[in-house]
Design a protein around this ligand. Structure first.
Ligand code: MN
Ligand code: MN
Length: 465
């Protein structure tokens, strides 16, 4: 029995686009064929997708969504709804300090995993999985990596900066432990000593506004650390995933590693592809919205990043979604730029911005976009049943109208933040409907999903090294 038929759309995969119909049974894709109209009479539901692109659901592998608390019981759910509106049917969440994790979670990976699962068990509208943050405050930062992989969490995050960051020796051990068991470490690459020195220099000169954020951590701060992480991964004989790559300088490090055949992968984010450090120049409260790390760069870097996406040296686009609010967390700009909560929201705007700035602007093909947003993140992060429109996989489907045009406004978004870095941006294309495992979550622009319909995804990744 066919539960759902999607007829007449252009089905896009990483390999190609073709006019095709899709049949869904039991939450999975049962057929993708040129003509399935013969099933229409017996299908439970038929959807006309003519004029639309039919895309696999987006897999966002970089979010700092925050779990529910007594004060804000809806924040995780709201961000999951926002994801669905943006065409994202699965997202990965870090449990770093500040996301609602308890102090116990920063001492034990498995405690953090149990806690995160309990907090989110019936809270999400789309499918979710955690990537556990390995911190310096863990009693033994490496001891539980194998157990976490066996529990279906094969990816981990380590920071080279911040109080909870790891030194090189621990990153090397974490890379080894993950790589040995078929896991992968994601690393935030910046040189902590240099950025702290440059920050101190600014502050000593009385340069305390958000406009000094970018110059406190210039591209070489990122490039050095990226090269160092690659060296550590080489020594560990382990795969490495470089998060939020923002500069041509860091990209050059990744490019030369990949040219050698090392299993090094890198992601960039919509903010780095579309915005420049000019955003720091004006009103400080406005500038604080863009205080993220790495910072926004000069315009010349944007073209290099698009080239990296087009030629394959960048493997993924993800959001680095942080649901900070201008009216709350970002108010720390009044103290000094180094106190501003780092991050910007983006969980709802990933597909919109990449389609507009990438596909509609002629920088990448729609097939490459699907590869960067769905297929490759699903493969690298072990979402085995996600990432493509193929028989047997979960029926995670986005109906996308390429002829539509809209203006991004925070007022129209559904996330738990109070702003968007893309305010006022006119984008070509719009998500019409989002389907998760055969069920509509967003239908014709309205939320029709259910809190708790989203599942925890147990993951296993293919050997990358
Ligand atoms: Mn980071
Ligand atoms: Mn991040």
């Amino acid at each position: 029995m066919t539960d759902l038929l999607v007829l007449g759309g252009v089905v896009v995969t990483a390999e190609g686009s073709t006019r095709a119909d899709i049949a869904v049974e039991g939450g999975r894709i049962a057929a993708v064929e040129p003509d399935l109209e013969g099933l229409a009479a017996s299908a439970r539901e038929v959807v006309d997708a003519s004029g639309l692109l039919v895309l696999p659901g987006v897999v966002d592998v970089h979010t700092h969504t925050r779990v529910a608390t007594d004060e804000r019981p809806d924040r995780f759910f709201d961000d999951s709804v926002a994801a669905a509106f943006g065409g994202t049917t699965s997202f990965l969440a870090f449990n770093n300090p500040g996301t609602g994790s308890s102090p116990a979670a920063t001492r034990s990976l498995m405690t953090g995993l149990r806690e995160w699962r309990a907090s989110t068990a019936s809270d999400s509208a789309v499918d979710v999985a955690p990537s556990l943050v390995v911190t310096a405050s863990h009693e033994d930062p490496v001891a539980e990596i194998a157990a976490a992989i066996d529990a279906g969490v094969p990816t981990f995050k380590a920071f080279m900066v911040y109080d909870f960051g790891l030194d090189d020796a621990l990153i090397l051990r974490a890379l080894e432990a993950a790589g040995r068991r078929g896991g992968m470490l994601q690393v935030h690459c910046e040189n902590r000593a240099i950025l702290e020195a440059l920050t101190a220099r600014h502050l000593a000169a009385g340069e305390i506004g958000p406009r000094f954020h970018a110059s406190s951590r210039p591209p070489y701060v990122e490039a050095e650390a990226t090269g160092r992480a690659i060296a550590l991964a080489r020594a560990a004989r382990a795969p490495l995933f470089v998060v939020h790559l923002s500069s041509a300088d860091a990209l050059a490090q990744v490019r030369s590693a990949r040219a050698e055949g090392l299993p090094v992968f890198a992601e960039t984010c919509p903010v780095y592809l579309t915005l420049t450090e000019d955003r720091y120049a004006g009103d400080p409260e406005e500038a604080a919205r863009y205080v993220i790390s790495p910072p926004l760069r000069q315009a010349g870097h944007l073209g290099a990043l698009w080239d990296g996406l087009a030629d394959g040296d960048l493997s993924v686009v993800a959001t680095d979604h942080v649901p900070d609010r201008v009216g709350v967390e970002k108010q720390s700009w009044r103290e000094s730029f180094d106190r501003v909560s780092n991050g910007a929201p983006g969980i709802e705007t990933l597909l919109s911005v990449v389609y507009d700035a990438g596909v509609a602007s002629g920088r990448i093909s729609v097939e490459r976009m699907v590869d960067l947003l769905s297929t490759t993140p699903a493969r690298l992060f072990g979402f085995a049943s996600k990432g493509a429109l193929a028989v047997g996989l979960d029926a995670d489907i986005v109906l996308f109208d390429p002829s539509s045009r809209r203006t991004i406004r925070a007022d129209d978004l559904h996330h738990s933040s109070d702003y968007t870095p893309f305010e006022g941006r006119v984008v070509r294309g719009a998500v019409r409907s989002t389907i998760l495992r055969g069920s509509f979550v967003v239908r014709d622009g309205a939320f029709v999903g259910r809190r708790g319909f989203g599942r925890f995804v147990e993951r296993e990744i293919e050997r990358l090294a």
